[in-house]
Design a protein around this ligand. Structure first.
Ligand SMILES: Nc1ncnc2c1ncn2[C@@H]1O[C@H](COP(=O)(O)OP(=O)(O)OP(=O)(O)O)[C@@H](O)[C@H]1O
Ligand SMILES: [Mg+2]
Length: 382
């Protein structure tokens, strides 16, 4: 309970009450104000000197009933009231609504026993605002929760998909209905798919929790491009693809500050997509180092079927592959979501368009990384 020294004029309350964002005041049974906190003075516009000669009834009125009666009732039984709708009058004559709680108790001092009434008023607008904010936060939480539920539902469905063929093929091989060779090939393929998917799901969850960590270091981008293209060239995906790298000396010599492993992952997905969704044709990877505009662009274009216009704006959403087309599903559709998050963490950008040239074939993805030409007097590279 707050200590109220008995002196004339108004006292500052303890620091505690002084800074509470509620209008707090103390009165005697006659309503004469004996103490207020800073917020009371600030919200009403009255100075402490003004308030020292006022009764609380001059400022606070009850919406239904009279505050005088309420106070005398609680004084009589040393009781309390709460959630009383009141109007608070400011010094300039304007009013604002509030909700009041009050208690009465007895205090013994040198002049004998006195009744003190303590009152606290919340501004309705504050309360409403707090309520609105709470409701909005609640809604957002629910929205996130339902997105998470949806993600878990799809992810577990996706994780189950490669398990069925693994089980089926193992059983067939055990019964001798297919060759071991045949079974192992497929089992290995599905197991790799499962591993990839599990890694992707882990990445998505880290991205969404903001816990994906990056190890930035200066790296030669052209080396990463060449590494990825070589890996794809010799993989199943690149079997019937003619990969073509176009890079000038500037791009070849350029270094960027990046997480090598994560940028490799992005290029593996984007260039891998180009090969995967082209099947048979050409994939061109062009690198441009633009020191003037501080950017390094990696432009990946293919001669595949391109992307349906309706899906273009949604390409970076999770599991987008489900809505892209009637055709066979080649992946789970997390690659571009992850790629975009990684590129964004590098302060870069990734965007795409359908090739609109005469033959109108294929899609182009641009990965843009920040790039600065290091200031050094190097000899021309060769
Ligand atoms: N170069 C492209 N040409 C045509 N369609 C593409 C191309 N790149 C991506 N897509 C479409 O966008 C979808 C999403 O690509 P994303 O890389 O996110 O998923 P994915 O490759 O299907 O699966 P994941 O990368 O998770 O293994 C693909 O499923 C495909 O339908
Ligand atoms: Mg992909």
């Amino acid at each position: 309970m707050l200590f109220m020294p008995k002196i004339s004029g108004l006292q500052r309350m303890d620091d505690f009450a002084e800074n509470i964002p509620l209008l707090i005041c103390f009165t005697g049974p006659d309503g004469r104000i004996t103490g207020v906190n800073g917020y009371f003075a600030q919200a009403t516009g009255f100075s402490r000197d003004d308030l020292a000669v006022m009764q609380v009834f001059d400022i606070v009125t009850e919406k239904a009933g009279t505050l005088k009666e309420t106070i005398s009732a609680i004084c009589g039984m040393q009781g309390s009231v709460k959630e009383v709708d009141v109007l608070i009058k400011r010094k300039d004559g304007t009013e604002f609504p509030g909700i009041l709680a009050a208690s009465a108790w007895q205090r013994q001092d040198s002049s004998g026993k006195n009744t003190v009434i303590g009152m606290a008023v919340t501004e309705s607008s504050r309360l409403e605002r707090a309520n609105r904010e709470m409701e909005a936060a609640n809604k957002e939480l629910k929205r996130k929760e339902s997105l998470k539920d949806e993600f878990i539902a799809i992810a577990s469905h996706e994780l189950r998909t490669p398990i069925q063929p693994i089980l089926g093929l193992a059983l067939l091989a055990k019964k001798g209905q297919i060759s071991q060779e045949e079974a192992w090939d497929s089992v290995l393929r599905e197991a790799r798919r499962l591993t990839q998917l599990a890694n992707d799901i882990l990445d998505v969850s880290r991205i969404e929790n903001g816990t994906l960590r990056y190890n930035f270091a200066r790296a030669n981008v052209s080396e990463i491009i060449e590494y990825v293209v070589n890996a794809l060239r010799t993989s199943e995906l690149g079997k019937e693809i003619d990969f073509y790298i176009a890079m000038n000396e500037g791009a070849r010599a350029a270094y960027c500050d990046l997480d090598r492993q994560r940028i490799t992952q992005v290029l593996m997905n984007v260039i891998g997509n180009a090969a995967k969704f082209t099947g048979k044709g050409r994939v061109t990877i062009e690198a441009r180092a633009d020191a003037k505009n501080s950017r390094y662009d990696i432009v990946v274009s293919d001669t595949g079927g391109g992307i349906p216009e309706a899906v273009l704006p949604h390409m970076f959403k999770k599991f987008i592959t489900r809505s892209v087309g009637e055709g066979e599903k080649h992946g789970s559709g997390l690659g571009l979501f992850i790629s975009r998050a990684i590129v964004a963490a590098h302060n870069g950008a990734i965007y795409l368009y359908n090739n609109d040239e005469d033959d109108k074939k294929g899609a182009t993805f641009v990965i843009r990384l920040p790039f600065e030409q290091p200031a050094r007097q190097s000899s021309s590279s060769g």
